[in-house]
Design a protein around this ligand. Structure first.
Ligand code: NAP
Length: 326
């Protein structure tokens, strides 16, 4: 029997052709809810899933009795119940490394835009309101030479810090689950406990994964520890930050500004004050969203699912399961 792969994010023709060589493909690239009837129908017969973002719950897994492997087109895997997948013998794969530099570019974009008020000022030009040299009420703040505090110092955190240390002459502090002596040697980075980092950094940038330990890692207490001039950037996951506390803190003036690519609810609800705050740069979760990187991520997901369903070692497994049913 030919195995079936349910694809619920866009792939290019070449990627689809690679899957179709040995497998039957149910291609539903526009699904935006796991409740979609076409998705639920295809799930029943799926041996493999290729997609991203949809929360894959144990209840959904109950509807997928043949499922052997999932290839997520993302590095973050907070939307999958990893222990439950392992218990059921379902392999989960992700796409590390190929998106690191692009997501780091996005992190630095947010740092620069928030510090130099680029979006506010570009809006002024666009609306035809640039009539004279701007006054100091519109001045931004320097990024070069400042202290960058990385909360999370893995692949993306290190790539942002590298930009800061080597490109902008920044001093780098980090807090992380484990020490990073090799990055301390490479970048002169110094370890700090989280509270000390928050108090000392001019720019605080969050890149930890979302998990039980990091949910609301940054809340009212943590914002109160920051400098009033601090710039806060989140390119990790929205739920790492207590968003209501962030809004209150920004209104109260500490931190001074924020650059956000991710939110507790996405797309950002119409009622969110973050949409209208002048000291907030809000992007629609574009960390890895370039043509080159999204293609590379989908290529990695295709390689992962092909290997997994053929009983081979995939390039980027998240969990370990016994031999699959192939
Ligand atoms: P990574 O290499 O695994 O780095 C994560 C780092 O966080 C690791 O160094 C890890 O410590 C540390 N960490 C984990 N739990 C922690 C905790 N409780 N306290 C302190 N540090 C902790 O992952 P990555 O490739 O850099 O990606 C990081 C996250 O970025 C992803 O999980 C994803 O959610 C997010 N992301 C967002 C976008 C976007 O579009 N905005 C794009 C890509 C990724 P150890 O080194 O000790 O394990």
């Amino acid at each position: 029997m030919t195995k079936r792969i349910l694809v619920y994010r866009p792939l290019n023709e070449d990627q689809l052709a690679r899957l179709e060589r040995d497998f039957r493909v149910d291609y539903l690239p526009k699904i935006d809810s796991a409740e979609d009837p076409a998705f639920l129908d295809a799930l029943v017969n799926a041996h493999g899933l290729v997609g991203a973002s949809l929360p894959i719950t144990p209840a959904l897994l109950d509807r997928a009795p043949n499922l052997e492997a999932i290839a997520s087109i993302s590095v973050g895997y907070d939307n999958y119940p990893v222990d439950e997948l392992t218990r059921r013998g379902i392999l989960l794969c992700n796409t590390p490394d190929v998106l690191t530099e692009t997501t780091a570019d996005t992190g630095f974009l947010l740092i620069m835009c928030a510090a130099r008020r680029a979006i506010e000022l570009a809006g002024m030009v666009q609306r035809g309101e640039w009539h004279e040299s701007i006054g100091k009420e519109w001045f931004g703040t320097d990024v070069h030479g400042k202290t960058l505090g990385m909360v999370g110092f893995g692949r993306i955190g290190a790539a942002i810090a590298r930009r800061g240390a080597l490109g902008f002459g920044m001093r780098v502090l980090y807090s992380n689950a484990s020490p990073k002596p090799e990055l301390e040697a490479e970048l002169g980075a110094q370890h700090r406990e989280l509270d000390a980092l928050l108090a000392e950094a001019d720019i605080v940038c969050v890149t930890v994964p979302l998990n039980a330990d990091t949910h609301h890692l940054i809340g009212a207490r943590e914002f109160a520890l920051m400098k009033p001039s601090a710039i806060f950037v989140n390119v990790a996951r929205g739920k790492v930050v207590d968003e209501a506390a962030l809004i209150e803190a920004l209104r109260a003036g500490t931190p001074h500004a924020a650059g956000l690519d991710v939110f507790e609810r996405e797309p950002l609800p119409e009622t969110s004050p973050l949409r209208h705050m002048p000291n907030v740069v809000a992007l629609p979760h574009i960390g890895s969203a370039t043509h080159e990187t999204r293609t590379a991520m989908a290529d990695r997901a295709v390689a992962n699912i092909l290997a997994a369903l053929n009983g081979e070692q995939p390039p980027s497994p998240v969990n370990e399961v016994g031999p699959t049913h192939s």
